[in-house]
Design a protein around this ligand. Structure first.
Ligand code: SF4
Length: 353
């Protein structure tokens, strides 16, 4: 196995924020003595009306298209696999320029189309219930490699344009802050993909420096905490990150968010699903005003773990609700194609935060 890399490939025009890309294009246009309106025509083609290559920008002269292809090429993610689940969920496996692979999952539900995107190839954090954690860390994704997952889905079928984005694919987004910071701008800005901040959720195990940076952004992106246990001791048994950023400190950092936060809680038999766990979780959720998403454990994490039976999940949810917590039991989506939470492993046919 090749050793993990820490840096993504060199920047491209699609790795820049929309403002920085506009600046670069306008310099390019000026250097060639082209009329200024060409800058705006080119800029729209990055994210607003994306194209597969400059050759498709038929509003531009052929000579300009050819020069752009050579000098400011539009990067792509190679679709290696697209699998459709019997419940309509679609999983994509993208091959990156250096051979690494990441996955995205498109989950349609009514008029909403949520795309679950990856922020790293692999993950260093080793949560015991997660197949990505078992891959180990490969490298951070560049801004394009993150936002480009959405771009590729739109290029493939504009009708699939996601209405919501969740950073719950492979990797811990807040350990790749430079990439995620720029990708959030591209996703949200009208000159980018134009997806409202309240429709973009960053899910973290609780990387406190990254949470502080996210909280400092002016947009109201949503925050989900992968909590998975209501006490430090319980959490340490399934999430090694507890050693570095403990539960109490993570919850204090979460208080800086102006929007309501969500606790993600994967239900593991005998590990975090007792009545006492429910009561301790209710206390935390009430203190934070957090919504609780209860997730069934999916195959693919540690072999020794067992899923909490559905009835027990229901009782756990009822116990939370009886204590005034808004708790939702999430349906498993894409199980038959290994696209459900904790199952993305970056291989053909084959875990996540
Ligand atoms: S759950 Fe998230 S943070 Fe934990 S190992 Fe999986 S990808 Fe990494």
């Amino acid at each position: 196995m090749a050793s993990p890399r820490v840096a993504p490939p060199a920047d491209s025009i699609l790795d820049l924020t929309p403002d920085a890309a506009l600046e670069r294009l306008s310099q390019w246009v000026a250097a060639r003595g082209l009329p200024r309106f060409r800058t705006e025509q080119m800029h729209r083609r990055l994210w607003v009306q994306p194209i597969a290559s400059w050759q498709d920008a038929t509003e531009l002269p052929v000579t300009v298209r050819e020069a752009l292809d050579l000098e400011l090429p539009l990067r792509r993610l190679a679709e290696e696999l697209s699998e459709l689940s019997s419940d309509g969920t679609r999983k994509f496996l993208w091959r990156l320029d250096d051979g690494e692979a990441v996955e995205s999952v498109l989950i349609p539900s009514g008029t909403r189309r949520t795309l679950c995107i990856s922020s790293q190839a692999g993950c260093a954090l080793g949560c015991v219930f997660c197949a990505t954690g078992r891959m180990g860390f490969r490298r951070n994704l560049s801004p394009f490699e993150i936002a480009g997952q959405v771009r590729e889905v739109i290029l493939r079928d504009p009708a699939d344009k996601p209405s919501n984005i969740v950073f719950m694919g492979m990797g811990e987004p807040l350990l790749n802050w430079p990439g995620v910071d720029t990708a959030l701008t591209i996703l949200n800005r009208p000159e980018g993909l134009g997806i409202g901040a309240r429709h973009i959720t960053v899910s973290t195990v609780g990387i406190i420096p990254g949470m502080e940076k996210l909280a400092a952004r002016p947009e109201q992106f949503r925050l989900a905490i992968s909590l998975h246990a209501p006490t430090a001791e319980r959490r340490l048994a399934i999430m090694p990150i507890e050693k570095k950023y403990d539960l109490k400190a993570v919850l204090e950092a979460a208080s800086a968010f102006r929007k309501r936060i969500t606790f993600e809680y994967v239900m593991i038999a005998g590990k975090n699903d007792s009545d006492q766990d429910a009561d301790a979780l209710a206390t935390l959720a009430n203190k934070q005003g957090a919504l609780v998403n209860l997730l069934p454990l999916h195959p693919g994490g540690a072999p020794g773990l067992e899923a909490t039976p559905p009835n027990r999940i229901k009782n756990f949810a009822s116990r939370l609700q009886a204590r005034g917590v808004e708790a939702v039991v999430r349906r498993s989506r894409g199980l038959d194609i290994q696209a459900a939470c904790g199952q993305l492993a970056g291989k053909s046919g084959g875990p996540t935060a």
